[in-house]
Design a protein around this ligand. Structure first.
Ligand SMILES: Nc1nc2c(ncn2[C@@H]2O[C@H](COP(=O)(O)OP(=O)(O)OP(=O)(O)O)[C@@H](O)[C@H]2O)c(=O)[nH]1
Ligand SMILES: [Mg+2]
Length: 221
């Protein structure tokens, strides 16, 4: 945290200026890709509602806005939830999260293909992070496989489970933000021809309402 004098109390105008300078919002557009059923949507629902949605609603593409604070910075993260097939979204993302399930070796191998694809397609060298999901279940992909992937492809792998209540997704976003800062990457402007801009955006803020995962899924359907 930055220690700032409370000048907002002295003058409302200075207070507003201060909040503009110190609490500037930044938006990151992140796309989630990975094989069907690996838990992309469940991870997003966990992040937004702190709950596990234990049902499968296949193939729905949506974008969600998650807000979080990192130090003095307010971050808006537009998460594009792909149906696992729409790789076209890669071209419009500031960062890519590739998800595999530790229960499914094929999904692990598919992540390797996706890494290569992203790196070939994207001229801006966008940050890639990998999420190994479903670690609450019996594994086909070990932790050392994840470490090997991390070394071979120079990516950070987060082992998580959307089903575990204490699962921390914020740290994944923090890492993405750190990578973007290092690359000094700025978000590209909104473009009406951009399919990502045309995706329906649900503005749901974490813990800001009594939103339940079951209510949430009604928004998706
Ligand atoms: N046990 C367990 N089940 C999970 C976990 N994450 C997701 N699931 C379940 O796995 C199934 C598929 O999850 P989804 O989040 O819909 O998968 P997806 O990647 O969004 O699938 P597509 O949208 O079809 O690409 C659902 O029944 C989820 O409840 C997890 O960490 N642990
Ligand atoms: Mg999904």
């Amino acid at each position: 945290m930055v220690d700032q004098p409370d000048i907002g109390r002295m003058s409302p105008l200075i207070g507003r200026l201060r909040s503009k300078v110190f609490h500037r919002e930044e938006t990151i557009r992140m796309v989630m890709l990975g094989s069907t059923g690996v838990g992309k949507t469940a991870l997003i629902i966990r992040c937004l509602t702190d709950q596990f949605f234990n049902h499968y609603v296949p193939g729905k593409e949506m974008a969600y806005r998650h807000s979080m604070t990192i130090g003095p910075k307010k971050l808006l993260i537009d998460i594009m939830d792909s149906n696992g097939k729409n790789n076209a979204l890669i071209s419009y993302a500031d960062a890519v999260a590739l998800v595999y399930s530790v229960t499914d070796i094929e999904s692990f191998n598919f992540v390797k293909i996706l890494i290569e694809k992203v790196r070939t397609l994207n001229l801006n060298d966008i940050p890639i992070i990998v999420i190994a999901n479903k670690i609450d279940k019996k594994r086909q992909v070990s932790k050392s496989d994840a470490e090997q992937l991390s070394r071979d492809y120079d990516v950070t792998v987060f082992e998580r489970s959307a089903a575990i209540p204490t699962t921390d997704i914020s740290s994944v976003f923090k890492e993405v933000y750190k990578m973007l800062q290092l690359k000094k990457k700025t978000r590209r402007d909104s473009d009406p021809l951009n399919p990502a801009d045309r995706m329906e955006l649900k503005t749901i803020q974490r813990k800001s309402s009594s939103l339940d995962a079951n209510d949430f899924i009604k928004l998706i359907l």
